[in-house]
Ligand binder design. Sequence first.
Ligand code: AMP
Length: 216
Amino acid sequence: MPKHIYLFFGPPGSGKGTQSDRIGKDFKLPVISTGELLRHEETIKSALGKRVAKLIDQGKLVSDATIHELIKQRLSLKDTAKGFILDGYPRDAEQLKDLMSMLKKTDKIIAVEIKIPDKEVINRLSGRRVCDCGATYHIVYNPPKVAGRCDVCGKKLYIRHDDKPEIIKKRLVDYKLASGPLLKYAHQAHNLISIDGTASVEHIYEDLLKRLENQE
Ligand code: AMP
């Protein structure tokens, strides 16, 4: 059985984190989000975390060399042996090249693109609330049981600095610029699944699951 590697693409706020987590649980594969790895480094105040904190807050991309360091280390862990899901990586053509150099020819790559209009991105991200434990909420669409508190660990929720409107706009422009070649690559390799991200979380999940199972 080849190792399955799922790449989740979509603008910030498209719901790729939510969907990749659910698919990860179903397929018993780890979900690796470079954004989360970086935020974890920030939380534990590692040297790398201190180096990248300002860039993340400003919605700027972290250097490919730093991302390489993080991903290489994460992919060396045993839980990736049967495959894994990537969320937020690769972010550009250089990172795609780097990822390919870490994979084997027999590995099967399946890309998922979740599409949503810009207006919806801004609406969703401005209502997003997050917790340090990785849980994500939306004040209207997915509110926590107790306002401002995480359902999973009870900690106080907060607004990510890069979810401010002017930074969201910049992240959107960057996403469009960088993701073009990646999606083209996935399309040409006949392994791109495009999903309408404006449907309900449940609907997207069921549609996605069906289409991924068809790929097996
Ligand atoms: P995300 O959680 O995927 O929205 O990422 C949050 C922030 O982390 C981004 O705005 C970037 O500053 C940084 N980041 C995450 N993944 C990458 C990546 N693959 N390459 C460069 N920077 C990244």
